[in-house]
Design a protein around this ligand. Structure first.
Ligand code: PEP
Ligand code: MG
Length: 559
């Protein structure tokens, strides 16, 4: 248990820009298993029974009102839970355990739910999938009986900063549309999905803030997502200053260098809501649609029809524009229960991304069919690419499957050093590539992207990463084919001219970064970009690469 922190400054890594001040809310920890040994005296059992009955009614009511406000898949999930909470059998079994065995209310609900789970698991198939729903309802009823927060992202009516050890992808996905205005975690690195979702939702975020979970709930936190600081109970004038400084640089919708050379600036999106935000921020298209974000909490593979709907939601936001759709990148830091059920010792090096197709080719073929149908129904120019490609055979197999499905613009992500080194051969097979600098840095430096301790290694300015990007850029120029960057490096204004000088032809980023990247590119012509790239490539360290590029860029300002 960390010591309580009432004031002072915590330091971590700023991963999503912006400053915000709001009270701290701690991610509620998992509920401990209620004590099995406690026996309730017979005269107190009626109270425990009514505690269960009231809690079940309260939970069903809460779920009913949340279901009414929700839409789409969230609505279906909440409604399923509401029905379970109103299920008289669960409550009857639990109250019987109180009456006959003297179990506490919480323990009785726990045991009754366990018996229901066993029954469902034995039925297998779709029924077994409902085990997670039973656990959700069990936890809600127990949390109500014990008067504690439900595990997971708390539901609040006022804005708050969420503080957690780390967030699971499903937690971060449930932040959208809620009252969370900032994130602080003890763990996580700059390219963890907490960081990526924070950026896409425009939530200022600091990860790797040691001691953060010791903050007293309700204290005012001033989160600076640029400097990586979290001030606990800051002076009022600092809060006022932060509130005044929340500015987003506008983008006019066409990225270009100072000499007019176009560099399309595209958006990274995870679903229809993001796509709408990106379209209103004037993104020129979508450079990375992370399709796995549509299905993070699913235990069963989505049907082709459901997929068509999810993909059309994104395509519809960009009529006539380019939308690069990435096939499911399940595994590692974003496992999908229906694709990565088994435990792996090294999931980042395991069966993730395109490798899932080795064991479940149908999953990929279904997705390609859904994409082809979505593309036919909308006017966006759909391009499809695969994540985590390491070999020429993988690229060939993927391209064959895409073309067989009727998708003719096919690409791959360059995320492994192997793919970067084989870029010349890969361009013989695909129409374009997109460099995933988050994973490319992780695999080149052999540094887990989730570890804040290794954040300095997960840096696209590392010379080895820059040189691999340069090799891909050269191969793209030689083949006359496009080279995008869609990792977080694509949204770094200081790096943008360097990437263009290395041969990158488009950049994709969170919509909020478009304006700042556009402004940086508008200051450099093609010659300057090439000089900045050459200077960075010649550096021996990441710090030297940054300094060398910055010297070239400041000469432009002076001259
Ligand atoms: C990347 O690795 O840079 C990338 C864009 O993919 P993701 O962050 O989703 O793994
Ligand atoms: Mg990746």
């Amino acid at each position: 248990m960390p010591a309580a922190i009432a004031s002072g400054v915590l330091r971590g890594r700023g991963v999503s820009a912006g400053r915000v001040a709001a009270p701290a809310v701690l991610l509620a920890p998992p509920l401990p298993e209620p004590d099995a040994a406690a026996v309730i005296a017979p005269e107190n059992r009626a109270d425990e029974v009514s505690a269960i009955e009231w809690a079940a009614v309260a939970v069903a009511d809460q779920l009913r009102s949340r279901t009414a406000q929700a839409t789409g898949e969230a609505r279906a999930i909440l409604d399923a839970s509401r029905l379970l909470a109103s299920d008289p059998e669960l409550v009857a079994d639990a109250t019987a355990l109180v009456r006959t065995k003297g179990r506490s209310g919480a323990r009785a609900v726990w045991e009754a739910a366990a018996a229901h789970e066993k029954g469902l698991a034995a039925l297998g198939g779709r029924m077994a999938e409902r085990v997670a729903d039973i656990r959700d309802v069990r936890d809600r009823i127990i949390a109500e009986i014990l008067e504690v927060d439900m595990p997971g992202v708390p539901e609040r009516d006022e804005p708050f900063v969420l503080v957690a050890t780390d967030l699971a992808p499903a937690d971060t996905a449930s932040l959208e549309g809620g009252q969370c205005v900032g994130l602080v975690t003890e763990q996580g690195g700059p390219t963890s999905h907490t960081a990526i979702i924070a950026r896409s939702l425009g939530l200022p975020a600091v990860v790797g803030a040691t001691g953060a979970t010791g903050v007293v709930a309700g204290s005012l936190l001033l989160v600076d997502g640029e400097r990586g600081t979290v001030e606990v109970d800051p002076p009022a004038e600092r809060v006022a200053e932060a509130r005044a400084a929340a500015v987003v640089v506008a983008f006019d919708g066409s990225g270009a260098l100072a000499d007019g050379h176009p560099v399309p600036l595209l958006a990274n999106v995870g679903g229809a809501a993001d796509a709408a935000t990106a379209a209103s921020a004037h993104a020129e298209g979508v450079g990375l649609f992370r399709t796995e974000f549509c299905f993070l909490d699913r235990t069963e593979a989505p049907s082709v029809d459901e997929q068509v709907d999810a993909y059309r939601g994104v395509l519809a936001a960009f009529p006539g524009r380019k939308v690069v759709v990435r096939t499911l990148d399940a595994g590692s830091d974003k496992p999908l229960p229906f694709a990565n059920a088994d435990h792996e010792d090294n999931p980042a090096l395991g069966v993730r991304g395109l490798r899932i197709a080795r064991r479940s080719p149908q999953l990929l073929d279904d997705q390609l069919e859904a994409l082809a149908r979505a593309a036919a129904a909308e006017s966006a120019q759909v391009e499809v690419m695969a994540p985590m490609v390491a070999t020429v055979e993988e690229a060939r197999d993927f391209a064959d499957r895409c073309r067989a499905a009727g998708l003719d613009r096919v690409g791959i992500m360059i995320e492994t050093p192997s793919a970067a080194v084989l870029a010349v051969e890969l361009f013989e097979i695909v129409d374009f590539v997109s460099i995933g600098t988050n994973d490319l840095a992780q695999y080149t430096l052999a540094a887990d992207r989730l570890l804040s301790e290794l954040g300095d290694l997960n840096d696209p300015w590392q010379p080895a990463v820059l040189r691999l990007i340069g090799a891909v850029g050269d191969a793209g120029r030689a083949a006359g084919k496009p080279v995008g960057v869609c990792g977080e490096a694509g949204g770094d204004p200081a790096l943008a001219p360097v990437l263009v000088g290395l041969g990158v032809t488009s950049l994709s980023m969170t919509a909020r970064s478009l304006g700042r990247v556009a402004a940086a590119l508008a200051e450099a012509d093609q010659g300057t970009c090439r000089r900045a790239a050459k200077a960075a490539l010649g550096a021996a360290t990441a710090a030297e690469a940054r300094a060398a590029a910055s010297t070239v860029m400041s000469a432009v300002h002076v001259g």
